[in-house]
Every structure is written in structure tokens, then in C-alpha cells.
Design a protein around this ligand. Structure first.
Ligand code: MN
Ligand code: MN
Ligand code: MN
Length: 273
């Protein structure tokens, strides 16, 4: 079975604990799984060394960054989670998250919605707050009717409590991944609403900064898109990755281990592992 190189646990915004994710991977028949939580390796650390012999566990991370005002996600695969370069990235991103969340709570307070930062960090966000955690808290406290409304009313881009992110720079993200022995992979290229021309320009900057791979397949995507991405991947001489971007059971578009096979003419990122 083809590896699944993109997945989340409760250490970021997934709903399965790392141990539950491992069980789900075994059940799905996976032989290689990367845990790529947002901006943390804490999930991987909880289960390192506990995977059965039939399952190769790859330490990974998904780091948020920004390119020309577009929020971009870079997956680091096969990193050494104990390396100081990746630990530096983890602490910088955590600080950026806390700062941004604090500013968003301040803005909500001006709208007479008083959410406690301590409660957000402990009960919702495992100390790594993101907008979805604030949304879940707004929902629980009865300020919105559903998660979507939290975004359209308050914390979506341009809304009254929105604060733009202050992530590490793209080049710095890639360098941290490379320095800690990992491969930098552009995550889910179709999720940025970029034209292929713009995506191609992004990839030029990505490669110049040391980026080595891109997800040619992310979750369920149509065959035409896969072929176009495969072409772009080859043109930029990048390795090809694939992953479900699994967050929770029941998401049909992101079934664990459920991605289509990479096209034959791609060089898989796991070649040589
Ligand atoms: Mn996520
Ligand atoms: Mn992502
Ligand atoms: Mn992801």
C-alpha cells in the first residue's frame, strides 16, 4: 500500500490521539505513515517507538508560512524532532500563535465577548491556539451557531476580530526542516486558490530556498488535477509526495491511506528512505 505522508492528531487539530491514529493506520492496512501535526512534533513523540513492526512511522511536521500574502503550509518529512533547528521552529511558531490568539481575543473583548486565554490554551488548543480553536470556544460559549459562523462573523479574513498571522518566513521554514535532516514538501498545492502560473512562480521561490518536494496528491482530488500537478512536479524537478491530510474519521475526502496512487512518472519522496 502507498504511504500516507500527511496526518494530524490531537496534538494539533486532529480528533484522534496519536495512539488512536496508529491503530487506525494499522486497520487501514498502511505500512508507512507520517504524523505531520501543525507546528508541533508532540504527537509523534507520544508514540515514537510504539508502532508495530508492520508500520513504518515517519516523524514530520506541517509548518505555516506566508508567501506574498498567501498562507502556505510546508510539510517537513523525516525530520529529527530532537534537532535544535526544528525545536526553534516549533517555539517560534507557538509564540506567533499565542500572540495572534491574544490579539484576536482582545478584539473580541471590544465586541463584549470575553474568552479566557488560559481556558483557550488548556481546554481547546493544547497550548497551540489556532482560529479553529477560538471558533470551537465561541460555539461552546453560545456566541455563534456553528463553526462556520465564527469565521463569517468574527475571525475570518477581514472580519472584526481577524488578525493576520505572523509566521516564520518561507526560507526560514525550509531551512529549519533541511537543517534537521528533513525534506521540505509543499502541502496540498490546490488549496491556495492559486492559478497554475502563480503556483509555478511560488515553486521557483520554494526550490530556490531549498524546497525538495510537493504533494502531487492530497486527499481526494480529480485525476486531471493530479496529472497537471505531476507535470509541474517534474518540470521543477521535485520529488512527489502524497497524503490524506487526515484530521478525523468520517471525512470521505481524507480517508487515512485512501489517496489514489501517484502517477508512474513521478519520483516518490520516499525513494531511498
Ligand atoms: Mn489542520
Ligand atoms: Mn495544511
Ligand atoms: Mn494538514
Amino acid at each position: 500500500m502507498q504511504p500516507d505522508l500527511h496526518s494530524h492528531t490531537t496534538a494539533s487539530d486532529g480528533t484522534l490521539s496519536p495512539a488512536e491514529l496508529l491503530s487506525a493506520a494499522v486497520e487501514a492496512g498502511l505500512t508507512t505513515l507520517a504524523i505531520t501535526d501543525h507546528d508541533t512534533t508532540a504527537g509523534w513523540e507520544q508514540v515514537a517507538g510504539t508502532a508495530p513492526d508492520t508500520l513504518q512511522l515517519i516523524p514530520g511536521i506541517e509548518l505555516s508560512t506566508d508567501w506574498n500574502g498567501i498562507g502556505i503550509h510546508i510539510v517537513g518529512l523525516n525530520i529529527d524532532p530532537a534537532h535544535k533547528a526544528i525545536q526553534r521552529a516549533v517555539s517560534l511558531q507557538a509564540e506567533a500563535r499565542r500572540q495572534r490568539a491574544g490579539q484576536m481575543l482582545d478584539k473580541l473583548r471590544k465586541r463584549r465577548i470575553d474568552l479566557s486565554m488560559d481556558e483557550l490554551l488548556s481546554d481547546y488548543a493544547e497550548n497551540l491556539p489556532g482560529r479553529v480553536h477560538i471558533a470551537r470556544m465561541l460555539l461552546d460559549k453560545g456566541h455563534v451557531k456553528n463553526i462556520q459562523q465564527a469565521f463569517t462573523k468574527y475571525i475570518g479574513a477581514g472580519k472584526s476580530a481577524y488578525v493576520s498571522s505572523n509566521w516564520m518566513e518561507l526560507a526560514d521554514v525550509i531551512k529549519c526542516i533541511n537543517d534537521s535532516g528533513g525534506v521540505a514538501v509543499l502541502a496540498h498545492p490546490l488549496k491556495y486558490s492559486m492559478t497554475f502560473t502563480k503556483l509555478s512562480r511560488f515553486l521557483d521561490d520554494f526550490v530556490a530556498a531549498g524546497g525538495q518536494a510537493m504533494e502531487v496528491i492530497s486527499g481526494a482530488q480529480n485525476k486531471d488535477s493530479t496529472l497537471r500537478l505531476a507535470r509541474l512536479c517534474k518540470e521543477k524537478q521535485l520529488l512527489a509526495s502524497c497524503g490524506s491530510d487526515f484530521h478525523q474519521p468520517g471525512q470521505v475526502w481524507a480517508r487515512l491511506g485512501g489517496t489514489a496512487l501517484l502517477p508512474d512518472d513521478c519520483t516518490p519522496v520516499w525513494t531511498g528512505w
